[in-house]
Design a protein around this ligand. Structure first.
Ligand SMILES: *Cc1c(COP(=O)(O)O)cnc(C)c1O
Length: 460
């Protein structure tokens, strides 16, 4: 009990010199309420037998709390992993014009839902209609805040209370809680899985048709590959199968590659254009994977079906915000102008010539050899595409490899120092060496990158 009496008063903590600046910068009442909370916590641990903290200790805890609340988040980091679409690092970086479009939309008013020709209310979706038609060949389109919500909206609007036929090989989990069977049940649709994990035939779908069938769903296996004795049914064949009974095909292509990935030495990734051309009812894809834009979910397809989605209450719940909409339009314009490979950062990274990557890795090696005992070497390795697209597909690259055995703390220690640098650098470890891949380091980050790197490998 004596210890409880040693707990400082609110007044003593608030008047501590350590909080003088904070009391001036924030409202005094707010600081007082933080102190009260902190003292409540102190009382609890004192009851459990700990010593009472001093007024300065409590004040310091509050000062640190305020400091961490004031730190901007998320902070920019440098991606030296070589993984082009890194979900944990925010997926696709935006092009300059896509970023500027988001800033413009953020800073002022806009004709987001206002028709400038007649002064009446407009639709935020109207701005995208022509673009999506031109780029995918579809009659109509709709954009929501990500592909997970697009698929949930599609199933809810078209198949709630009805059966949806899915191949067992496509009842997949994409990651982050997106599992096809769970999304289906959330929408109120009933999953009818057909075929086997590795082989599903047209007759499997055909045999599953009942008078309660609401749709066929095809989902792209974005993050794994089934090899060997496999069979799947092409979207065009499903379209034919469903035509007689009026069953629409819903096609989740995942990454939304508008460019042909095989032109870059990668496996073929299904494109929205070919999905639309196959005659499916609706095609779903993400905005921030191989499309290289902001987080968004895009649905294109027949006008009749798109309108059913627009009318569903979830369309309002999932609607895209003005900044993402503006940067998505700016991103799509790069494709329309035929400049995507040059302007969209992820395509610039994917198409980077090995010779340029080698030159950059060599220049990094030069920059570290002076004044460090770490031995750097330029090595041949592979960059991954990542982010739920092109599973297992890699591109040849050159990376700077750091042999950290000479500096005691080893590869893990250097990785940690890189993460704690300003700006933080994220690398990867292969065979006990730290690997830094120039493919995903944006050219304008080169200076800060080298500063962080030099700091991380110098003596403490
Ligand atoms: C990534 C992915 C999703 C989820 O998309 P988000 O835009 O991340 O919500 C859904 N389906 C497939 C096939 C995917 O690859």
């Amino acid at each position: 009990m004596t210890q409880l009496r040693n707990i400082p008063s609110v007044e003593r903590v608030v008047s501590s010199d350590l909080l003088a600046r904070e009391v001036r910068a924030y409202s005094r009442d707010w600081i007082v309420s933080l102190v009260r909370l902190q003292l409540d916590k102190a009382r609890e641990i004192v009851r459990e037998g700990a010593e009472a903290p001093s007024a300065d200790e409590v004040a310091e805890a509050i000062r640190q709390l305020l400091e961490s609340m004031n730190r901007p988040a998320p902070v920019p980091v440098i991606n030296a992993t070589g993984v082009v679409i890194h979900t944990n690092l925010g997926r696709a970086p935006l092009s300059r014009s896509a970023s500027e479009a988001a800033i413009l939309a953020a800073q002022g008013y806009s004709n987001l839902e206002f028709d400038l020709s007649n002064g009446r209310r407009g639709s935020r979706q109207a701005h995208l209609q022509d673009l999506l038609q031109q780029l995918t060949g579809a009659e109509a389109g709709l954009v929501v805040n990500n592909n997970a919500s697009a698929v949930l909206l599609g199933l809810s609007a078209l198949a709630a209370g009805k059966e949806v036929v899915v191949s067992r090989g496509e009842a997949v989990e994409i990651g982050g809680g997106f599992r096809v069977p769970d999304v289906l049940s959330q929408s109120g649709a009933i999953l009818v899985d057909v075929g086997t994990t590795n082989r599903t035939y047209a007759r499997d779908y055909e045999n599953a048709i009942t008078d309660r069938t609401g749709a066929f769903l095809k989902a792209h296996a974005s993050n794994f590959r089934v090899e060997g004795f496999t069979a799947a049914v092409e979207p065009a064949e499903l379209v034919q199968l469903g035509a007689d009974s009026g069953i629409p095909v819903l096609h989740d292509v995942g990454s939304g590659a508008l460019l042909a990935t095989e032109a870059y030495g990668l496996a073929h990734e299904p494109t929205p254009q070919e999905s639309v051309a196959s005659g499916v009812g609706l095609t779903f894809f993400s905005g921030d994977k191989l499309l290289g834009g902001p987080q968004a979910g895009i649905v294109v397809g027949s006008r009749e079906l798109v309108e059913m989605l627009e009318r569903h209450p979830l369309a309002r719940a999932f609607r895209i915000d003005k900044m993402s909409l503006a940067s998505l339009i700016a991103t799509l314009m790069h494709y329309l102008r035929g400049e995507a490979e040059r302007e969209v950062p992820i395509w610039r990274m994917i198409s980077a010539p090995v010779q340029i990557l080698e030159e950059r890795a060599e220049s990094w090696k030069k920059a570290i050899t002076s004044g460090s005992s770490v031995i750097g070497a330029v090595v041949e390795t592979r960059s991954a595409i990542g982010g739920g697209s092109l599973p297992g597909e890699t591109l040849p690259t050159r990376a700077l490899s750091l042999d950290c055995s000479s500096i005691g703390r080893g590869a893990e220690g250097v990785m940690q120092r890189l993460r704690r640098s300003n700006p933080p650098v994220i690398a990867r470890i292969e065979d006990n060496q730290v690997l830094l891949d120039p493919r995903t380091v944006l050219p304008e980050q080169e200076g800060p990158f080298l500063k962080s790197l030099q700091g991380a490998i110098s003596s403490p």
